[in-house]
Design a binder for this molecule. Structure first.
Ligand SMILES: [Zn+2]
Length: 112
């Protein structure tokens, strides 16, 4: 029997502290996923409580207008240079490196 390892009612928010890709100053990146490398979603689909939770932990979230994807969504943004981390960008540039120990992060349970 294959054991089920994922529980949807036991989700976690990860808040990664890493240098901004643009200006190199420290910024925070929030996402929902787990340490096994499963990324559920980023700020673009945060609920209102999730948004507040991230902001409580120092994450700067901003509604951005993506010229490449032609859509408007909430994104992790750098407080210093105002550049945002694109929807699909944070997975390879922040999430995976954080799990490999390159960046510090905290885990907050957000049981639904
Ligand atoms: Zn920056």
């Amino acid at each position: 029997m294959k054991q089920q390892s994922q529980k949807n009612d036991n989700q976690q928010m990860l808040i990664i502290t890493a240098p901004c890709w643009s200006c190199d100053k420290e910024m925070k990146i929030a996402l929902v996923g787990n340490e096994q490398g499963k990324l559920e979603y980023g700020p673009e689909t945060f609920s209102e409580p999730e948004k507040k939770l991230a902001e409580t932990h120092g994450v700067f979230l901003k509604v951005v207008n993506s010229k490449t994807a032609e859509e408007i969504y909430l994104a992790n943004t750098c407080k210093n240079c105002d550049q945002f981390v694109g929807k699909w960008f944070f997975f390879a540039h922040y999430f995976t490196p954080a799990l490999y120990g390159h960046y510090k992060y905290i885990i907050i349970p957000i049981g639904k």
